[in-house]
Each structure stands twice: as structure tokens, then as C-alpha cells.
Design a binder for this molecule. Structure first.
Ligand SMILES: Nc1ncnc2c1ncn2[C@@H]1O[C@H](COP(=O)(O)OP(=O)(O)OP(=O)(O)O)[C@@H](O)[C@H]1O
Length: 274
């Protein structure tokens, strides 16, 4: 009997430890990461981890390297021919810059949403099924299921279910942005990278995207760049403050906004510069 109790206690301690590890598991670990555009260095010795199933906000003044950083996370930054990098970025434990690493897999696992909604000049339905189709899914029934699931997840289904064949450009800006999120969810990513996704939207549409982000983090790890301090404080779990290509401070969002450690963070979040 004693042994059973002891075993049970050990078991629950093990599962508690696993739970804590799971909760704090990092999807990305970035170490000593430097990046140059030609002769100009844009990122300096970035060290940070990005937790799984949480929202990480990236804040900082214009030109401090926020977009460059998130485009490094899916290796999109390499599309700029003059780019050079060193240091490591591991995704799910694998170095994404190792020669053996399959970049296509990384891009499938990471969806990206940009500042301005950029639907394709196609129907609402075709926008969502575009990714799965290019991944070889051909069956109409499966594509229809994916479209419905993704549009529901992006909180757009009710608004578009009767007009799926209409051109996506007929949607409002906020709806187009949710369509872009649905398009990105359709390829079943693990991470969603968002580059100022609400900066072109009105407050109501912004509110809908913020609510959506909160729901999506249950299943996805989200990195969001924002110039809006209130937004970062409202929706993120972690916040990283970038300045001149460096991470000045990276902490729990509540801590960073209530007790910033660095004077530069305090000046930025209180609107004294940037
Ligand atoms: N394609 C490029 N070629 C050369 N330099 C670039 C390129 N993209 C960005 N840069 C430079 O890298 C630095 C960081 O730019 P980046 O766009 O990452 O900053 P950001 O913080 O996202 O700015 P913003 O808030 O204005 O979008 C800037 O000096 C910028 O001029």
C-alpha cells in the first residue's frame, strides 16, 4: 500500500514537472543571432526564446529590426539577396539555418499575416483553399471542409458562408484580414507570425482580430509586431522591446509594462520616444 502511495506521489510529481515543462516549452530559441543587409547590420546578438501556445509581442520604434526578426523566423528574410546572418535559430529543437533543414517544412509550419490585408484576386473560397491545393489536396469535399473549418476558426464563417464564390476584394478591410488569417490557418501551421496586422484597420475590426488572437493561442504560437502599446498589453503573454537591432528587454508582458527594468523600455512604453 505504502509503495502504491509513494509511486502515485512520484507519478504526480513527474506529471506536474512535465506539465510545467510543457507550459514553458519554447517553440523557437534564438541565440547570438546577427543579421546584415549588405554592409548594414540590422540585428545584433539576439538572444530570446519564443514560448509555445502563447502570444509574444514585439515592440520598438520604426526601423529597429522587428520585421527583419520575424522574417528570419520563417527564413523569408533570405529572399533579400544582400542578407548575411550568423548565430542560431532553432525551431522545435532544430537549427533552421542548417544546410539539411527543409525550408518548405518551416514555411508550412509558420503562417504569416501582414500589415495590409493581401488576399489573392480570387473568390473567398479559392483564397482559403489555395494553400491546401498547392499541397496536393484535390478532393472537393475535403477542400470544402478545410474552408469551413478555417473560416470558422478565423471568426469569418458567419459573415461569408453565403457568398463564398464572391471576389475577396468585395470584403471590408477587417474581413479581408480575417480571410488572410483563415488562408494561413488552412495549411495547419504551428506558428502565426503577424506583422502589425491591425494597423490598417478601424477599432471595431481591430477588436475582432485581438479577440481572435486570444482564441488562436490555444492551438498556435503567435508572434505579433505592434506599434500599439495598449494592444501589446491587452493580448500578449510576453513582450520583447527592440531598439537599434537589439533586444533591450524581454519579459512577461505584465512585468514589462508595470516594472520595466531598463530606462529605455520605460521611456518607450510611456511615449517619451519612438
Ligand atoms: N530589404 C532591405 N534591404 C536593406 N535594408 C533593409 C531591408 N529591409 C529592412 N532594412 C533595414 O533594416 C533595418 C530594420 O528594418 P525593419 O523593417 O526590420 O524594422 P522595423 O522595426 O520592422 O520597422 P517598422 O516598424 O518601420 O516596420 C532598417 O534600417 C531598414 O532600413
Amino acid at each position: 500500500m505504502m509503495n502504491i502511495l509513494k509511486d502515485n506521489k512520484q507519478l504526480s510529481l513527474v506529471s506536474l514537472k512535465e506539465k510545467v515543462q510543457e507550459e514553458t516549452k519554447a517553440i523557437y530559441a534564438v541565440e547570438k543571432f546577427n543579421l546584415w543587409y549588405g554592409e548594414n547590420q540590422a540585428l545584433y546578438g539576439i538572444d530570446m526564446t519564443i514560448p509555445m501556445n502563447k502570444v509574444t509581442a514585439i515592440i520598438g520604434p520604426s526601423g529597429c529590426g522587428k520585421s527583419t526578426f520575424i522574417k528570419a523566423l520563417n527564413r523569408m528574410v533570405e529572399l533579400v539577396p544582400s542578407v548575411r546572418m550568423n548565430g542560431t535559430v532553432t525551431y522545435d529543437g532544430e537549427n533552421i539555418f542548417s544546410p539539411k533543414y527543409k525550408v518548405e517544412e518551416l514555411r508550412t509550419n509558420t503562417g504569416m499575416v501582414f500589415q495590409h490585408p493581401n488576399p489573392f484576386p480570387k473568390s473567398i473560397y479559392e483564397n482559403v483553399v489555395y494553400g491546401p491545393r498547392t499541397h496536393g489536396i484535390k478532393k472537393k469535399k475535403i477542400l470544402e471542409e478545410i474552408a469551413e473549418k478555417s473560416l470558422k476558426e478565423a471568426a469569418l464563417w458567419d459573415e461569408v458562408k453565403d457568398r463564398l464564390d464572391e471576389n475577396a476584394f468585395g470584403l471590408s478591410g477587417g474581413q479581408q484580414q480575417r480571410l488572410c488569417i483563415a488562408r494561413c490557418l488552412a495549411i495547419e501551421p504551428e506558428v502565426i507570425l503577424m506583422d502589425e496586422p491591425t494597423s490598417a484597420l478601424d477599432p471595431v475590426s481591430t477588436g475582432k482580430i485581438e479577440e481572435l488572437v486570444q482564441n488562436l493561442k490555444k492551438r498556435y504560437s503567435i508572434v505579433i509586431i505592434t506599434h500599439n502599446m495598449q494592444q501589446a498589453a491587452r493580448i500578449s503573454d510576453k513582450t520583447a522591446f527592440f531598439l537599434d537591432g537589439q533586444v533591450v528587454e524581454h519579459a512577461d508582458t505584465t512585468t514589462l509594462f508595470s516594472h520595466p527594468e531598463d530606462k529605455r523600455t520605460e521611456d518607450y512604453i510611456t511615449g517619451r520616444f519612438g
